[in-house]
Write a protein that binds this ligand. Structure first.
Ligand code: ZN
Length: 202
């Protein structure tokens, strides 16, 4: 395919823009980046990728900075069914699903709307689901030193569904149980029964 020849000299890679790299990628998969539908695709890909990886430039302390409150409350706080979208670091394909986050305070709480944002800080990076789950739990622990934190994530991985094993129905569940959620079965069970629902694989 001569007309789709590579436009990048190997020596020039350092100075090549992200857009040019995506254009090159289109050529390498056998496409013609000059056809109408693809003309602005490298630009769109660049923007999409910047959005999907913007967690790298987000900072937990900044996200939570005005949302930590002193309270006299020591019952479990749960935010469930938090929609999240991430990308697996092995194939750079999406995995997405629901996160359920709970903690038992120890004098401090986090503004409820900040929990989904905290999930995004770590989801919008290249990830493995296990690490993502753990990072959310650790960030809450560091921010408010609660009596315990629990994070459960259920996700579908496009790298499994679209390629390879093509297991369309499988969902992957990961959990991080810290503090009282690890040591007290009753606390853990209370959390699990509150998030369990019909159709869930939990
Ligand atoms: Zn993957």
């Amino acid at each position: 395919m001569a007309r789709n020849a590579s436009t990048i000299e190997p020596a020039a890679l350092d100075t090549v823009s992200t857009r040019e790299l995506y254009r090159e990628l289109l050529v390498r998969v056998g496409e013609d980046p000059n056809r109408d539908g693809l003309l602005r695709t490298p630009e769109r890909m660049e923007k999409a990728m910047a959005f999907l990886t913007k967690g790298y430039s987000m900072d937990v302390t900044e996200v939570l900075h005005d949302a930590l409150f002193d309270v006299d409350y020591d019952e479990m706080v749960i935010v469930k069914d938090i929609e999240f979208y991430s990308m697996c670091e092995h194939h750079m394909l999406p995995f997405f699903g629901k996160a359920h986050v709970a903690y038992v305070p120890n004098g401090k709480v986090i503004g409820l709307s900040k929990i989904p944002r905290l999930v995004d800080v770590f989801a919008r990076r290249l990830q493995v689901q296990e690490r993502l789950t753990r990072q959310i739990g650790d960030a809450i622990t560091e921010a408010i030193h609660p009596q315990g934190v629990a994070v459960i994530m259920e996700a579908a991985h496009l790298c499994m569904m679209m390629r390879g094993v093509e297991k369309q129905e499988s969902s992957t569940v990961t959990s991080a149980m810290l503090g009282v959620f690890k040591t007290q079965m009753q606390t853990r069970n209370e959390f699990l029964s509150l998030i369990r629902r019909q159709g869930s694989s939990l």
